[in-house]
Write a protein that binds this ligand. Structure first.
Ligand code: BG6
Length: 479
């Protein structure tokens, strides 16, 4: 007999579930990727019944799907959906879930809640008899606020489900373009011989957003940009760029290499934070042509020392990368929405052309908003003078190359793999812990030096110190 499957979404009425998870399930339904007997249960505190919840979710899915919305697909998805109202800390609220999941043999519990509830939910699921052998638990980043709280959560997950049934989500790993970094590096002979300190001058990784924190203030204010983005998305990108070639695509082969990078990250402690890191917080300004409030005004003026911007210079102490700075930068309400990796190559070792004409090669891998790979190379300019040079870009626009493909939501891939029990796209416990260890040093350094966030205007590229950070080494951010 085929397994009866279910996915249970905790925090089902929250932003993430409504904007990403349910729309992802909708698209998977539309393409026939959901198992025929899959049940989808939402669990949240909001007072609603099945019908009320389904009606609310329909609105969010419609907004997301736009012209791709079809009543037919929606009714197929809605027929799978259920809702359980309850407080995750109260044991008796799990009773309806137990009833709903009767006969289900394969189940993914997806925790789209604050990390504060991860351990409680895992324990309550076990108490309710729902952590059986066919059950997996998927948790969203950040796992904890630091190494200590991360370990507490991890122990609870381990004791209730066992490490091999825990799926740690960093949605960047579900993005097509992020996976493409592995293909670019290891399916082409071109780059790998140059991918080291002999040819690379420095690397920049930027995750810039134009949005503010808006409805997520209460979560964001106790985390900030370092914990919200650097600890996970930025360090994952850094690992994929810096890791050694894995021997194969086995999940552990790749994760072993990523952990080695994290282990090689030079700690940034109190003695270095002022020189190697910048914290910022946005003030009011103009973002994409619209006047927007500052961070602390978003909830009516509560004072806060939480950073909405971080820039830092990291070093990887190993043979490949010794002496090559990796500049990482992220922020809300910045001048543009972009996620990109820039690999700046060294200058040629000897100049036969006018030095002033020469610009070193640069590889830009843009992940968002458009998927593009661009290699800047030097060319002869078609001038009368004998040899004048001009940099030109060899551009590969991936959206044009795969025009007919819909751009998937990262969660479509993650949900599919979690249901299949494939851990390739998920983060391993030691990766998360190593990342926290490195981040904790920075946070302790900030505290020790009393480093408060510097103001920057919404719509700018962050505090001016972020420019000084790279200029100190003769580099500058590419915008
Ligand atoms: C989330 C962060 O993990 O990633 C958010 O919590 C951030 O603060 C988001 O806005 C950015 O993701 P993406 O896919 O839009 O780059």
């Amino acid at each position: 007999m085929a397994d009866k499957k279910a996915i249970v979404i905790f925090g089902a009425t929250g932003d993430l579930a409504q904007k990403m998870i349910y729309p992802s399930l909708y698209f998977l339904e539309s393409e026939g990727h959901l198992p025929p007997d899959l049940m989808i249960a939402g669990f949240a505190r909001t007072h609603a019944d099945d019908q009320g919840f389904i009606a609310q979710t329909r609105k969010d899915v419609m907004d997301n799907a736009g012209t791709l919305f079809s009543e037919d697909v929606w009714s197929r998805l809605a027929a799978r959906m259920h809702y359980c109202e309850g407080d995750v800390t109260v044991p008796k609220t799990y009773a309806p879930l137990v009833k709903l999941l009767e006969g289900v043999t394969v189940c993914v519990y997806y925790l789209s809640t604050s990390p504060n509830f991860f351990a409680t939910i895992a324990c309550q699921l076990k108490e309710a008899g729902l952590a059986h052998g066919g059950a997996r638990i998927a948790v969203e980043k950040p796992i904890g606020r630091d190494l200590v709280s991360c370990r507490e959560i991890e122990s609870a997950l381990d004791e209730t489900f066992g490490d091999d049934r825990v799926y740690r989500i960093d949605h960047y790993l579900g993005k097509e373009t992020v996976q493409n970094l592995i293909a670019l590096r290891f399916a082409n002979t071109l780059f790998e011989p140059l991918w080291n300190r002999a040819s690379v001058d420095h690397v920049q990784i930027t995750v810039a957003e134009t949005i503010g924190v808006e409805r997520r203030w209460s979560y964001y204010d106790s985390y900030g940009a370092l914990r919200d983005i650097v600890q996970n998305h930025l360090l994952q990108l850094l690992c994929l760029i810096a890791m050694e070639p894995p021997s194969d695509l086995d999940p552990d082969s790749v994760r072993n290499e990523k952990v080695k990078v994290l282990r090689s990250l030079r700690p940034i402690g109190a003695g270095d934070v002022e020189r190697q890191t910048v914290r910022g917080q946005y003030r009011k300004g103009v973002s994409e042509g619209v006047a927007v409030p500052g961070y602390t005004e978003e909830t009516g003026g509560s004072a806060s020392d939480t950073e909405t911007f971080v820039a830092l210079a990291a070093h990887i102490d190993n043979w490949r990368w010794s002496g090559v700075p990796f500049y990482l930068r992220t922020g809300k309400r910045l001048a543009a929405r972009t996620t990109e990796v820039v690999v700046q190559f060294r200058e040629v070792p000897h100049y036969i052309f006018p030095r002033s004409d020469m610009i070193a090669n640069r590889l830009t891998i843009r992940l968002q908003p458009e998927e593009e790979i661009s290699l800047q190379i030097m060319n002869k300019a078609p001038t009368l003078e004998a040899m004048r040079l001009k940099p030109l870009a060899l551009d590969l626009n991936l959206s044009d190359a795969f025009k007919k493909q819909r751009r998937r939501i990262a969660y479509e891939r993650l949900l599919t793999e979690a249901l299949k029990g494939n851990s390739f796209l998920f983060v391993r416990r030691d990766e998360v812990e190593m990342a926290w260890k490195w981040i904790d040093d920075i946070i302790d350094g900030w505290k020790e030096k009393d480093m408060k966030p510097l103001p920057y205007s919404a719509g700018s590229w962050g505090p001016s110190s972020a420019f000084a950070l790279t200029e100190r080494n003769g580099h500058s951010w590419y915008e």
